[in-house]
Design a protein around this ligand. Sequence first.
Ligand SMILES: [Zn+2]
Length: 236
Amino acid sequence: MKTEDRNKRRKLLAVFAHPDDETFICGGTLAKYAHEGAEITLVSATRGEMGRRMGNPPYLNRETMPAAREAELREACGILGIARLHFFDIRDKTVEFCDAALLEARIEALIKEIEPDAVLTFHETLGGHPDHCAIGKAATNAYLRCGGEGGLYFITFGNAMAHPERFGYTRKDVVKIDVSAHNRTKLAAFRAHRCQTEIDEWVWLPDEEALSYFGNDEYFLAGDRRVPRRSPHHLF
Ligand SMILES: [Zn+2]
C-alpha cells in the first residue's frame, strides 16, 4: 500500500503548550501527514501571551498579544493543514502550576473522543521550557491512562536526536521523518507566526535562501515501548 493511502483517515493528536510549537518544532511532519490525508487535531494549552517577542519593531503588548497569537496560529494551522484547534485557555508560563489531574482529564477526554492513531507531545524532562514539560507530562499520563493503542511520540528539537545516546536513548527509540518535500509549507507557517519571526532575518530572505536554514528531517522519540514499532521513518 502506498504511504499516502496508508495515512488516509489516520488521526493525529498534537498536545503542545504555545502557538508556534507546532510550526517551529515539527511543522514539516504535520504538513506531511495532513497532505497525505491524516486528520490532525492540535491543542495549544496557552495563547503564548507572555512571549518576549512582541513584533519587530514591537507593536504588541500583553493585552493585545493573545488575540494576535491566536490569529497567527489559526493562519498557520490553515497552511499546515491542521483541521481542528483547541485552546485550553491556560495562562502562558503557568502550565506547571495547573491542577495536574484536571489537565490530564481534559486531554484524556480528547483522546477518548478522537481515538488518535498517534499522540504527539513534549518529553516531560527534555521539553526545554516548563510549560512544554508540564503539558508533555500531562499528555503522557492521559495517554497511558487511556491505555493508548496508537503511538505516543515526543517531539524533539532540530537534529538533537540524530545522536540519541546523549540523552540516554538509542536509535531504536528514534523516528526520523523526511520532511524535505514540505519545508516550503513549513516556511509559510513560520511567516504566519510573524510577531515571533519578524526578528529572525533568515525567515524573510528569498524563499530558496530561507529554505536552506531547514533540515530535511524531523526527529521524534517513541514514547510507548509497548507499541510495536512499524517503521523508523513513519509515525503510523
Ligand atoms: Zn513553546
